[in-house]
Design a protein around this ligand. Structure first.
Ligand SMILES: [Zn+2]
Length: 90
């Protein structure tokens, strides 16, 4: 798992229920993701919609979904739902 701060514009947005569902399924699929999120993030606040970003990893067609706030930086911690399975800060 690597994290880096990147500059990119949002690709689309998703309602909170859809975001939560995506993160829940990613947590179920990736054994180490819950521990990573617990260590690196604080919980998101209540918002109706969240930005979704395109994954910057070359060859990965995934989208980045908000999973929490970065513990040490003022950024949203996002998780790729694609093949690279990386996390980023947005
Ligand atoms: Zn990716």
């Amino acid at each position: 798992m690597t994290s880096n701060v990147g500059q990119s514009y949002p690709y689309t947005s998703e309602p909170e229920a859809q975001r939560a569902e995506t993160i829940t399924s990613l947590l179920a699929a990736r054994a180490d993701l819950a521990a990573t999120l617990a260590a690196d993030t604080t919980p998101l606040d209540a918002q109706d919609r969240w930005w979704v970003y395109k994954c910057p990893t070359k060859g990965c067609a995934g989208l980045l979904h908000a999973a929490g706030y970065a513990a040490e930086k003022h950024a949203v911690y996002v998780v790729c739902d694609g093949t690279c399975a990386k996390t980023f800060l947005r």
